[in-house]
Structure formats: C-alpha cells, structure tokens
Design a protein around this ligand. Structure first.
Ligand code: C2G
Length: 132
C-alpha cells in the first residue's frame, strides 16, 4: 500500500484543489487529506468562509480522498506520516521547500499550483460583484 498525504484549508473548494488531490492520489493507492481546523486556520492567520465540518464533508465527497483527518497544528505531520505509514507527502509548490525536513521519513513532492484560481480570488471577485 502506497499511502500519500497532503494538508490544506480547502475553503470554497475549487478546481485547483481538485487537481491537487487528483495528482496526489495518482502518486499512490491511498490519499489521506488533513483539513485545517478553524483553530489551526487562526494560527495560519486564515479565516475560512466555510467551517471545518463543512470543508471536511466536501473533501470527503471528493473521489480522490480516501481518508480525511483534522489538521490541528504544524507539528502533527511527522506523527501522521509514521502513524499512517505514508510513503509520499504532497503539497502545492507555493509551499516549495517548506516541508523538506520531512524527507527523512518519506518522499516530499511539490506539485505545480493550478493557475488563475484561488480561494482568495474567488472571494475577491464575488465581493466586487456584491454577492456578499
Ligand atoms: N492549490 C493548488 N492550486 C491552486 C490553489 C491551491 O494546487 N490554484 C493547492 C495548494 O498548493 C495546497 C492545496 O491546494 O497544496 C490546498 O490549498 P489551501 O487550502 O490554500 O491550503 P493552505 O491554506 O496553503 O494550507 O500544513 C499545510 C497547510 O495546511 C496548507
């Protein structure tokens, strides 16, 4: 079993998230997705539009996610990798280099971000059109 893991907020789920999960899943035969809790997002200075519960439910509904776990802090990655016998850790390349310290435990892979889409962009465009 080649288990892959990735982490994120996955707020306002969009095609950039889908394509990241699709490619991550394609690197193995099981994908675990750590969803940032609302408290952890506060540590990341991020305010998600949707709650942790809803973000987790949406990612669970994605065909590429085999298991969804809460991401509660920066430190849990090492214990998750050992607990789930993870072979590959994946993040988008906006995180390039930030998780190389995990390479003693597993492969660390940064995938190109999908261009022209982000949660920030979605929020900006919608707020400019007064949808909120
Ligand atoms: N992503 C992407 N293309 C986009 C937008 C996002 O490939 N257009 C990727 C990001 O690189 C990340 C994942 O989708 O790997 C989730 O993105 P976010 O929800 O923004 O995650 P982030 O807030 O960066 O949290 O411990 C790691 C953090 O929890 C990552």
């Amino acid at each position: 079993m080649h288990t892959v893991i990735t982490y994120g907020t996955f707020d306002l789920f969009h095609v950039g998230h889908v394509r990241l999960l699709e490619r991550a899943r394609g690197l193995g035969d099981k994908l675990i997705v750590g969803i940032s809790t609302d408290d952890f997002n506060a540590q990341k200075n991020k305010q998600a539009f949707t709650s942790y519960e809803h973000r987790a439910e949406i990612v669970k509904a994605c065909r590429y996610a085999d298991l969804v776990i809460p991401e509660i802090d920066w430190e849990q990655k090492r214990q998750d990798i050992l607990k789930y016998n993870v072979k590959t850790f994946v993040m988008g390349d906006d995180w390039l280099g930030k998780f190389d310290h995990l390479s003693d435990l597993c492969d660390v892979c940064y995938l190109p971000r999908t261009p022209n889409i982000s949660t920030t962009l979605v929020k900006k465009v919608l707020s400019e059109k007064n949808y909120f």
